[in-house]
Ligand binder design. Sequence first.
Ligand SMILES: Cc1cc2nc3c(=O)[nH]c(=O)nc-3n(C[C@H](O)[C@H](O)[C@H](O)COP(=O)(O)O)c2cc1C
Length: 378
Amino acid sequence: MAVVTNIQDLRAIAMRKVPRAIFHYADRGSYDETTLAANRADLAAIGLRQRVMIDVSDRSTATTLIGEKVALPLAIAPTGLTGLFHGDGEIHGCRAAQAAGIPFTLSTMSICSIEDVAGAVDKPFWFQLYVMRDRKFSESLVERAKAAKCSALVLTLDLQIQGQRHNDIKNGLAVPPKLTLANALDIATKPRWIASVLMGRRHSFGNLAVRQESDSLSTLSQWIAGQFDPSLSWKDVEWVRSIWPGKLILKGILDVEDAKIAAQTGADAIVVSNHGGRQLDGAVSTIKALPRIVDAIGGGKSEIWFDGGVQSGQDILKARALGAKGCMMGKAFLWSLAAGGQAGVAQAIEIIRKELDVSMALTGTRDIEQVDRSVLEL
Ligand SMILES: Cc1cc2nc3c(=O)[nH]c(=O)nc-3n(C[C@H](O)[C@H](O)[C@H](O)COP(=O)(O)O)c2cc1C
């Protein structure tokens, strides 16, 4: 097997290992993918400032995120369908994250349920909530997250309606995977995925299983499409606040005006995010939006986090320099999971931790807490 030295190597392995429809689901963005590309391009365009002859022998990437100690300022972002990238993928991802000392977020749209993951790990994880039309069902998800002792609720705000991803339509992506002729021919070339996922126990949305009144695939997907609620408003955020007394993270803020309102809710953190370029194509890249939001609401109660294009330690250093307390990663997590299960995710986190550590040293920074705009070549 090829030597893996960076996240792109894991992506290349993932491409070989999982069916095209699943790989594209993670890899691609909405419409013309301009925002998807901008997330990466704008991060890459930021320079770091090389410093020399500063004693950097004793370094630390450790910090806190909403009061939880973390080995580096990184958390696994919530991703739907994770268990289709590797059998029991959410459990593998959570175990790897916890062993590496970073938080794991379980998506509402996960394949393993809240209870599956809670039963397989011994530390708390975070749960991501989509508020659905059926508020009673949303409330029941919150109750399940409480019962599973989740230590934070990540409320996603940027998916009242879904942006179109052309590839998901062209590939006939369905949950559970649909065996069209084209898909079957493709899947036949992925024996390890067949063994891990198709022959595994879980193929459908674990948290929504209770809602599945029929085993018809289209019925379930229709039900899900019908559940995303375009009428959501800040009142619903207040409602979630009232039923979830624990740590609350608001994810999907890109605009300064929205950031100001989000900060007024008293949320513990807000995540500057455009859903990884999967929603509004044409929206600003997250790294461009980050400093505007930090200037507007930085220093308040809510920590400001960042996601979108995080694929290296250098990316984290840049985001941190521009005021992000923490970062989340979505695609890089899924590629590493598809490439090697729990070991793959552990490897990805370690690659990124080392890149962050070395890049800090080369900018003359000993402690992640010291990182500010002075490490950037602006
Ligand atoms: C395949 C995939 C599925 C996702 N599913 C969810 C989800 O269920 N809930 C959510 O809040 N965000 C979801 N996201 C968005 C991520 O949480 C995160 O915002 C985004 O992936 C960050 O960008 P990155 O992929 O460039 O790291 C998903 C992202 C991807 C790539």
